[in-house]
Design a protein around this ligand. Structure first.
Ligand code: FE2
Length: 219
């Protein structure tokens, strides 16, 4: 049988460092941290970006927590449950960002001083259920835009950070979808409580008790 010659793909493949270069690189001082040596982005800038994102997540978490309790106070338990789920997500995003900041050799900024100023999204209290949902949707859109921009700026320089940001971006887009659905449901709901109960309360992670609560105080 005639042996098949391997294809020459070298011209199509991006240039990779040879083994001796890789070994030399990790022995340099900058390569001795926990950071993967392939991450070549300017880590100071990346850490600053991640700290802005961290502040945004913390502000979003605080806003959702207020809205959760305010929604519950007007018997809008399905909306309160949605806000609570989002608040938990934002907290987990903050953990991811803080973890990555430390991996890059930085320090996560959890200081309440100047938190609102560091955040891209705003802390808006809202004066009705409708305005709370709308403010959260606006904040999600701000977060989505800022994550997209950060991912674009990062390019392929730091694949690990990029993966963290992409993971969070996907969740923020999901939050925005949830809130948009909630707005649509509330429009429909004015004529039908059943629709709201059936649609908003179906996700399995929500407590069964919350699936039958009426929407008595929607604006
Ligand atoms: Fe979110």
């Amino acid at each position: 049988m005639k042996a098949i010659a391997p294809k020459d793909v070298s011209s199509k493949r991006p240039p990779l460092a040879d083994t001796s270069t890789l070994r030399r690189r990790v022995r340099q001082p900058a390569g001795m941290s926990a950071v993967v040596f392939a991450d070549t982005a300017d880590s100071e800038n990346v850490i600053a970006t991640l700290n802005e994102a961290l502040a945004t997540e913390l502000v979003c978490m605080l806003r959702y927590k207020r809205h959760q309790f305010m929604a519950a106070s007007v018997s809008a338990a399905p909306v309160a449950a949605e806000f609570m789920a989002h608040a938990l997500d934002e907290m987990s995003h903050a953990d991811l960002l803080a973890g990555r900041i430390v991996e890059l050799g930085g320090e996560p900024n959890f200081s309440p001083d100047g938190l609102a100023a560091r955040s891209h999204a705003e802390y808006v209290e809202g004066d009705s259920l409708g305005s709370m949902i709308m403010e959260n949707l606006i904040a999600e859109r701000i977060a989505i835009e800022s994550y997209r921009e950060a991912i674009f700026c990062l390019g392929n320089q730091d694949p690990t950070t990029r993966r963290v940001l992409e993971e969070i971006l996907a969740r923020e887009a999901h939050h925005a979808e949830n809130l948009t659905s909630l707005i649509e449901i509330m429009k429909d709901w004015r004529g039908s409580v059943t629709t709201l109960r059936a649609t908003v309360c179906t996700p399995a992670h929500r407590p069964v008790a919350e699936r039958s609560v009426s929407f008595a105080s929607a604006p």
